[in-house]
Design a protein around this ligand. Sequence first.
Ligand code: TXA
Ligand code: MG
Length: 343
Amino acid sequence: MAISSEVGARHAVPFFFFMVRSLDGSDPRAIDTAAAMLRAGKVVAFPTETVYGLGADALNERAVAQVFAIKNRPRFDPLIVHLPDQEAAQRYVAVLDQRATALMKRFWPGPLTLVLQKQPIIPDLVTAGLDTVALRVPAHPVALALLRTVGKPIAAPSANPFGYVSPTTALHVQEMLGDAVEIILDGGPCSVGIESTVCALVGGETVILRPGGVTVEEIETVVGPVRIASTSQSDARSPGTLPRHYSPRVPLVLLAPGEEIPHPCWGERIGLLTLKSRSEVKGYSTVEILSKDGNLVEAAANLFAALQRLDSLGLERVVVESVPEHGIGRAIMDRLRRASARN
Ligand code: TXA
Ligand code: MG
């Protein structure tokens, strides 16, 4: 894939690290600088509790077009609009029913994105021509400070080339996008580490389009039973749901639940990604453990960084252990299935 080889080339050229300005997100002057750039129609990378985002003024189509260009993202893939609080949502949404307000009240700020009927003020480029808009209030203090200071809704996809592993540190953004972004606000490693849950509230039904940081079980405690959009289907209108996505360059081999971890042959350069410590495995060139005691929340936080490290080692392939598919494990498995899917 063209994107992947470009990423590879950037890994090999360390001087790119010095061409981007990475600013300390806890410094109010850095927030002011980033906000001024966003108001001027520039693109800024910033931290959220899920993954780093590549932000632009959502009401400025030229600025949003730059986000698509930097990411090499197809224009049919709509963006999430980030807001500082629930009140701001009223301006961009046609109808806010009781389900929507209950979910906002319970999970915002936090890793839940709600897809709702949009107001015409949101440009078609942001929503890929759909009559709905995806909204979210992130929980990261740097993101909230930026959103409050800029005073505009910020359209932001994850700050990675389209289809590649999402960034969970400022350094990942630098490595992946190089000098294509002028400023990266550094807010440390993302605490959730996996993208927001995308939940559509259209036509009376509640549909999970993408499992993420807020679990299906948590959402059901607020709105009752939900439908989970099929993971095997590719929906061109929501390409976070494309079968192949979140993929490193190295091929991943995802084991079935409970499948025994295979032993590599002599001389093979194979990596292993496991949920928890396993003393019995031998012969792997490298082993990444997502959580020593198999904690799924910790595993989600470590997932993308582990995939990035494995991808930098020039391995033949990586064997990946399945994780239990409940709670945030559902989102981890969703990412692992897509990351291991072949074109
Ligand atoms: O955690 C996150 O959600 C991160 C941070 C930066 O906020 N953002 C993120 O954005 O993951 P992105 O662009 O990588 O994923 C957005 C997902 C895509 O699957 C997109 O198709 C879906 O949201 N989406 C956006 N607007 C939509 C809409 N109107 N209807 C259906 N799906 C939509
Ligand atoms: Mg993404």
